[in-house]
Design a protein around this ligand. Structure first.
Ligand code: AMP
Length: 568
């Protein structure tokens, strides 16, 4: 019997998370949580007994015990200094995400059995630190991550797959993905989630998905909640109520009331917002007043969309489909703004808060099929070895046999039929750099250190770009090039992701000796930086793995700590 282990698609959201996988029928199946719901609040409750509760019960506990509940920790991914304190311990964003991942995957295992790993979605604008932190969280949760996928890319993949099914396609035959759009189509995906806003333009031609460009910021539904909280605070003052600023419980109640009101205002023109204080009357809030209060947020979202269209020189008339995803995209003001800016009727056909998990699941299935195909190739290579004994001393035949047995194990059998397997091998996803990469150099004109961009944002991958700089002084023997991520010319506003050092330059080189710095950035996110002194051709190479897995014992310790937590 074939052993079929689905690869989960996990949307690890700021406010909610969702898990899905592609079943043998070729349809996406969502994994419900223990409450029977498809969306799990990304909330963690640490109670006084040392128990850790994830999901709805944690969210419900927020009003009564706000200091015990952590939420929106995704917004701090990659930040080294942020932590949440509970029960005398502190938890960083990696540990919190690991706890959430463990909860989600344990729930999925109870329903689908053994799993073959997961694809986790991340905002497209996430840089190196945030992506690394996400992978670290998975390691701490002892979850095998097959790949990360950018959230808008996942949404576009889900939408293309769904359009194909809608057009009457066979779910198992991915190769007909092009049916829904016979000609190449450019789609724009705007993803307004709980904490992040991402815009991505994607060109789809059959099974080929080329990302044309991406942009985004930490801007999401929670910022709109904050606007209502501000209005409510003013209302409390107007009614001579207490100052809620120092009252954690009042603030928690206000936040919950604000989010509820925001949801209501997506379908009604006005609502009453509970003032979170028994003696103060509720605040009447109209949709118009809410929209006025949050117009700067909407303007920011509009700016991000317009910047991207300008950066990649794309005009709306070339765009076939405008896909709005993310729970907060339900707000009429957002839909109206997007319709206005694009002149298009937005596509809201798919569930905006589930579509990302759906796409991650499709991608997981595709990668799963490929992983098996490549292992089978490795096994075939092994079968073709004429002289398996011609190995170095110490190796013996049993090692090879074990290897062969492992690569042919049942766990590697795919659950999909041959047409899906063939098509999955054809799916091509070309991505772009979501952040600019550069080097910190001294600018003689500006008398300061600046970030000189070498690979601009939205460069298709793989990319190779060079720039020539000059040495700073006569007789310089050493060049140290800090490698950065970020768009700003201001060196301090960028994130340093590595260094490239040449420390054996020959003596007596004059000031201004040219040094060529070349960045090579492959599809897997690995950045190779080469610095070459062009007079003597002395070279230095640094490999910066964007998704570098830190092999620190710290992660192992964290994994042990998280696995010991009593998770409910
Ligand atoms: P997501 O991360 O995609 O699940 O999006 C979560 C965000 O969507 C949260 O800020 C929710 O408050 C927001 N959201 C969900 N439903 C609605 C709605 N009907 N109207 C406005 N915002 C919503």
């Amino acid at each position: 019997m074939k052993h079929k282990r689905p690869i989960l698609g996990i949307d690890l959201g700021t406010t909610h998370s969702a898990v899905a996988y592609l079943g043998a029928s070729g349809h996406v199946t969502f994994v419900p949580n223990t409450d029977g719901e498809l969306l799990t609040p990304s909330c963690i409750l640490f109670d006084d007994r040392g128990e850790v509760t994830v999901g709805k019960r944690a969210l419900d506990a927020y009003v009564e015990t706000p200091s015990h509940v952590s939420q929106a920790f995704k917004r701090h991914m990659g930040a080294s200094r942020w932590s949440f304190a509970a029960g005398g311990k502190t938890f960083g964003p990696v540990e919190l995400s690991a706890i959430l991942l463990r909860h989600l995957t344990e729930g999925a295992r109870r329903i689908v059995g053994d799993i073959g790993g997961a694809v986790i979605s991340v905002p497209a604008y996430f840089g190196d630190r945030e992506r690394t932190a996400t992978l670290e969280a998975a390691r701490v949760a002892e979850l095998d991550v097959v790949d990360l996928i950018n959230e808008p890319t996942a949404a576009a993949l889900a939408s293309a797959f769904d359009a194909y099914l809608e057009a009457g396609g066979e779910p198992s035959d991915l190769s007909k993905l092009a049916v829904a759009s016979t000609a190449p189509a450019i789609n724009v995906v705007c993803d307004l989630g709980g904490g992040t806003f991402d815009v991505t333009a994607i060109r789809i031609e059959g099974e080929k998905f080329d990302i044309l460009g991406t942009g985004g910021e930490r801007l999401g539904g929670r910022d709109f909640d904050d606007c209502i909280v501000d209005l409510l605070t003013r209302h409390l003052f107007d009614c001579n109520g207490p100052d809620p600023h120092y009252d954690l419980h009042a603030k928690a109640r206000m936040r919950v009331a604000a989010e509820k009101a925001k949801h209501t205002l997506s379908i009604k023109l006005e609502t009453d917002v509970d003032a979170s204080h028994p003696e103060i009357k509720p605040m009447r809030l109209t949709r118009k007043a809410f929209e006025e209060a949050s117009d700067s947020l909407l303007a920011r979202a509009k700016g991000i969309v317009e910047d991207l269209m300008r950066d990649i020189d794309l005009s709306w008339h070339r765009v076939e489909d405008l896909l709005l995803v993310g729970g907060a995209s339900r707000m009429p003001m957002f839909r109206g703004m997007m319709a206005g800016v694009s002149g298009k009727i937005p596509n809201t056909r798919l569930q905006p808060d589930l579509i990302v998990a759906q796409g991650a699941a499709v991608y997981g299935a595709v990668l799963g099929v490929r992983k098996i195909a490549s292992r089978k190739m490795a096994k075939a290579d092994l079968d073709n070895v004429d002289e398996p004994f011609t190995l170095a001393d110490g190796d013996d035949l049993s090692t090879l046999e074990e290897l062969a047995a492992a690569s042919g194990s049942n766990a590697d059998e795919t659950m999909f039929d041959s047409s899906f397997v063939a098509a999955a091998n054809n799916v091509k996803l070309t991505d772009v750099t979501s952040q600019s990469l550069g080097a910190i150099v001294r600018s003689p004109k500006e008398y300061r250190k600046v970030n000189s961009i070498i690979v601009p944002r939205n460069t298709p991958l793989p990319a190779r770009r060079s720039k020539i700089f000059g040495t700073k002084r006569n007789g310089q023997r050493r060049v140290c090039i800090p490698i950065t991520e970020g768009d700003s010319r201001d060196a301090n506003s960028c994130v340093e992701i590595g260094r490239c050092v040449i420390d054996a330059l020959p003596p007596n080189l004059p000031k201004g000796t040219p040094v060529r710095v070349t960045f090579q950035y492959d599809r897997a996110g690995i950045v190779r930086v080469e610095a070459e002194d062009m007079t003597t051709h002395t070279r230095a190479v640094t490999v910066v793995e964007r998704y570098a897995q830190k092999t620190s014992s710290n992660l192992t310790e964290l994994a042990q700590a998280v696995s010991k937590l009593s998770l409910v």
